[in-house]
Design a protein around this ligand. Structure first.
Ligand SMILES: Cc1cc2nc3c(=O)[nH]c(=O)nc-3n(C[C@H](O)[C@H](O)[C@H](O)COP(=O)(O)O)c2cc1C
Length: 450
């Protein structure tokens, strides 16, 4: 208790309290700052696993990579490459990149923003240690082109490679072994979660129908498959199957699923591939001809998250595609029909109306039932001016803008060459780059192109 009225002594006492307060406050402030710095360092100490994947193989490997690191108690953030910012990269000390290649050595869609915005300028990364897993197919001229470009760019920014780039040709398990070894070494663990993809199981080729007799284009077959044993597994529209042809069981081919589980079978729409010398493609030749109806087909289902409906299930859908790309779009249309959602607009291109309007009766029925609000068709070999699916967009620009304003999502399925680029250019001319980029970021512009 202070028992005085002496102002000088009171002032002295107050000063003592203030000094005591400051003495206590400063260490508290220092501790707080230190904790904040530690938290930031902790963030930086966590690893980034960034993936650029079109059809999901790279994304799956990114998840498996992260699981291996987590098993060793390492904090990991798994991010799509397009979402990695310059600041995140500069703040990170360790990052693993899993990158596939498309087009002519280009990034997949989910890596295009990173390639366009970050990899085109210098970004000092002296703190970063990194590894690159490049996925590709050596039958393309630019094998692992994007993974290699990413590696070269990181190194040019001063980032230190943890180990030489690992390249995987057509998903070969043997090519992945060095990546797994490096990870075990880095994580200090020999434990690893199951990296094996699910096994192929026998399915029965239940039905095969030529869809375009008399067409000037390559033969297209509707194929139905069901498991030889056991129940039909679950999948969602947008997903894929991998088929292992007997002549090349280590090189499975991917096909978009054209049906939903409610149909009771996996439906595929497969074009018989013909080489320049007239010989048939190994996988499509077998599926479309050599394999007898009733014969077992080694198959496994693969999730294709980038092309699923997911958050777009309640939105109007604009479905754009050509040729056998109708498969993935038909999967979505069947899912929408089952859900009673009719706000669907299909834009489809093929060669000749008389032969190549696959599933024409089904489309007409959906139109009558109000399940397909609008259908626009382009045929390139019907005489007169050659019309391709991308040519349907400019005359429908007003409707396209209105659908997008209504919250529509765009799904594109079919050939990368010609179609996907042409559609992208038309969309950008009509909607503007900003809108198209924003739609892609929001997951409202999705592509399954090959
Ligand atoms: C249309 C298309 C184009 C491709 N272009 C290339 C290429 O130029 N270079 C390459 O190495 N691989 C290329 N590939 C192969 C993919 O990179 C490879 O299949 C990869 O494993 C796919 O991984 P993802 O599922 O993560 O996208 C291409 C594949 C497709 C379907």
């Amino acid at each position: 208790m202070i028992l005085t009225n002496d102002t000088a002594r009171l002032a002295l006492t107050a000063a003592c309290f203030a000094a005591y307060g400051v003495t206590c406050f400063l260490p508290w402030l220092r501790t707080r700052r230190k904790r904040a710095a530690m938290a930031a360092a902790g963030d930086a100490a966590g690893w980034i696993v960034a993936y650029a994947s079109q059809t999901g193989n790279g994304e799956e490997l990114a998840q498996q990579t992260a699981a291996t690191l987590r098993l060793a108690g390492i904090g990991v953030r798994v991010i799509e490459l397009g979402d990695v910012t310059a600041a995140a990269l500069q703040g990170a000390e360790r990052a693993l990149f899993i990158a596939s290649t498309y087009g002519e050595g280009d990034a997949p869609d989910g890596g295009a923003a990173f390639a366009g915005k970050l990899m085109t300028r210098p970004l000092p990364l002296p703190r970063l240690h990194y590894g690159v897993l490049a996925l590709g197919d050596s039958s393309y001229a630019h094998f692992c082109g994007f993974g290699r470009a990413l590696d070269a760019w990181l190194s040019a920014q001063g980032a230190q490679p943890l180990f030489p780039r690992v390249e995987v040709d057509r998903g070969a398990t043997a090519d992945l072994a060095p990546w797994r070894q490096h990870l075990s070494h880095l994580a200090g663990t020999s434990d690893a979660p199951d990296w094996e993809a699910p096994a192929f199981t026998p399915w029965r080729l239940a039905e095969r129908r030529l869809m375009n007799p008399g067409s000037a284009g390559g033969a297209v077959f509707h194929i139905e498959l069901e498991p030889v044993a056991g129940a039909l597994p679950a999948w969602q529209s947008g997903d894929l199957v991998q088929v292992a042809p007997p002549a090349q069981p280590d090189r499975p081919r991917e096909y978009s699923i054209a049906s939903v589980p409610g149909d009771g079978r996996v439906h595929l729409l497969v074009r018989l591939h013909q080489h320049a010398d007239g010989s048939a493609g190994i996988a499509s030749g077998w599926l479309c001809g050599e394999a007898a109806v009733g014969e077992p087909v080694p198959l496994r289902l693969r999730q294709h998250r980038r092309f699923r409906l997911e958050g777009n299930a309640a939105r109007p859908l604009i479905l754009i595609g050509n040729g056998s790309g109708l498969a993935g779009l038909r999967g979505h249309l069947r899912a929408r029909a089952a859900a009673g959602q009719g706000r669907n607009w299909l834009l489809f291109g093929e060669r000749q109306r008389a032969h190549d309007l696959h599933y024409g009766d089904e489309l007409a029925t959906w139109q009558e039932q109000g399940r397909l609000e609008r259908l626009d068709l382009a045929f390139s070999r019907d005489g007169g001016e050659r019309m391709y699916v991308q040519d349907l967009l400019p005359p429908a620009a007003g409707t396209l803008r209105a659908w997008i304003a209504d919250g529509a999502a765009i799904y594109v399925c079919g050939s990368l060459e010609g179609m996907a680029g042409g559609v992208d250019r038309a969309l950008r001319e009509i909607l503007g780059d900003g809108t198209v980029d924003a739609l892609a970021t929001e997951g409202r512009y999705r592509r399954d192109v090959y």
